[in-house]
Design a protein around this ligand. Structure first.
Ligand code: CO
Length: 481
């Protein structure tokens, strides 16, 4: 999720909660209109798949389950529904059929094995667990430890420890594979003109499906951040929001998946105007620097200094004016615990002498924010993100509506972050007063949008990594970033 903020600004929180109370009246029960893939969509997709299989009998290898074809032929309707556009695809298939038929005669024997490999549809609709029938999900990128920790690479004791921890690695790898497949599709969907609400619901419904959502055991880990321009993090549309993505927008897509509370927190930036390329490259490369510097016994402050050096070596020209890019100094990466997005340690993105060190077995979100503004964020705008306080015990509540809302939160999110739209789709209505009460009682914490100065642009990249006994695993790494 978008960054551990350094100091909570309680004044701003109160303001946004007061604003929140005022709108109670027009908070209609908006059901999530868009199943990303309705029953028909799936039927279409599966028919398509059967056909493809027939054609691929003599495939020249490379029929990878992970290899989702680009969504060239998807149209989106206003209500967030995704349909496979059969007409266009069929044309291609006919051509392919002719092609494949001519190959068939030359190329025998056919590989029997290819037939048993289940292929993801386009748009993706098959649960990732069905694509890996062995139950083993792909390992992330492996980076070796350095210097004083080189011995870990070959230690038999540490290897044995990893064999015992395999089920845990496998859980987060499944969550990471879902993240990769969803973001690959959503890059084709996130185009100028799309409504932010449709973008989020399409993404979220796809996560629910690919991860085989199951109560608190598997699902979405937090609200889909799609913060625009000078909003750095923690913005997602509330119901009724009419914001439409524009060609000149810089959008941070920050979404999370989890299996058994093992969270993948991973984000990237989407921009269409190539003038923003250096800004995006700054946060992408700074995040890679942070990942490279991370390691057991490494001081968090040293990682921050390295990140800042990479990030601030970039400049960007926007509308004829050149900006020296800055690190957002009051945003941080963070450790991650089971069902706990911010696990207690912060990874700064500027220098400053933090002496705390990384330790074996820890999970971290390494995220960096590059800005053309002040490089300092404050809370602003209407709140959408909330999360139950991880350490809160039983709090007696007098307001029945607050009690009821807390029961919904406990059942569906526990200590995972949620947004107002997630409450809407569960059938909750007119809950803003109860939500404010839970915030006032300290049971729930609001997380308002985090903004740099108006008119500036912020980019973000984020990966989840974990400190295995023998190596670092960048579990959310993909071929995209
Ligand atoms: Co994060």
């Amino acid at each position: 999720m978008g960054g551990d903020i350094k100091s909570p600004l309680s004044g701003d929180v109160r303001e946004s909660l007061e604003a929140l109370e005022l709108e109670e009246g027009d908070d209609g029960a908006v059901q999530s209109s868009g199943a990303a893939l309705d029953a028909d969509g799936v039927a279409v997709a599966q028919q398509k798949k059967k056909k493809k299989k027939k054609n691929k009998k003599t495939g020249n290898g490379a029929v990878s389950a992970v290899d989702v074809p680009e969504a060239a032929a998807n149209v989106t309707s206003g209500n967030g529904t995704v349909e496979a556009c059969l007409g266009h695809d069929e044309e291609n298939e006919i051509e392919a059929e002719v092609d494949e038929a001519s190959k068939k005669k030359k190329k025998k024997p056919k590989s029997k094995k290819k037939n048993s490999v289940l292929e993801q549809t386009d748009p993706p609709s098959i649960p990732v667990k069905d694509l890996f029938p062995s139950g083993d999900f792909p390992e992330g990128e492996i980076q070796q430890y350095k210097d004083d920790n080189l011995w870990r690479t070959t230690s038999e004791e540490k290897r044995e420890q990893e064999r015992l921890e395999k089920p845990l690695y496998n859980a987060i790898r499944q969550a990471a594979e879902v993240h990769r497949q969803v973001r690959k599709y959503i890059r084709t969907y996130a185009k100028p003109g799309v409504a932010m609400v449709d973008l989020c619901e399409t993404l979220e419904n796809m996560v629910r499906r690919l991860i085989s959502e199951n109560g608190l055991k598997a699902g979405i880990a937090f609200p889909t951040g799609c913060s625009l321009n000078w909003v750095a993090a923690h913005w997602t549309p509330n119901s009724g929001d009419k914001t439409v993505l524009q060609y000149d927008d810089v959008m941070k897509l920050d979404f999370g998946t989890h299996i058994e509370g093992r969270i993948v927190d991973c984000a990237f930036t989407v921009a269409f105007n190539p003038q923003f390329d250096p800004l995006l490259e700054a946060s992408r490369e700074a995040t890679n620097t942070g990942i490279r510097e991370a390691g057991i016994d490494v001081r968090l402050g040293d990682i921050g200094a390295a990140i800042q050096e990479t990030l601030e070596s970039y400049e960007v020209e926007i509308g004829g004016k050149t900006f020296q890019i800055k690190s957002v100094r009051n945003l941080n990466g963070h450790s991650i615990g089971p069902y706990q997005i911010h696990g207690g340690k912060s990874v700064p993105i500027v220098k400053g002498g933090e002496q705390t060190r990384m330790e074996e077995g820890e999970f971290y979100a390494i995220e960096t924010f590059a800005s053309t503004g002040k490089g300092y964020i404050r809370e602003d705008l209407e709140c959408s993100h909330y999360m139950k306080n991880f350490d809160v015990g039983h709090v007696p509540l007098r307001l029945p509506a607050a009690k009821k809302l807390l029961a919904t939160i406990d059942k569906n999110f526990s200590t995972l972050a949620f947004c107002r739209r997630y409450l809407d789709r569960l059938g909750e209505t007119k809950y803003l007063m109860a939500l404010k009460n839970l915030c006032d009682q300290g049971v729930v914490q609001p997380y308002p949008p985090l903004c740099d100065v108006k008119g500036s642009y912020v980019s973000q990249h984020e990966h989840t990594i974990f400190m295995r006994p023998t190596c670092k695993e960048v579990v959310s790494r993909g071929d995209d970033f």
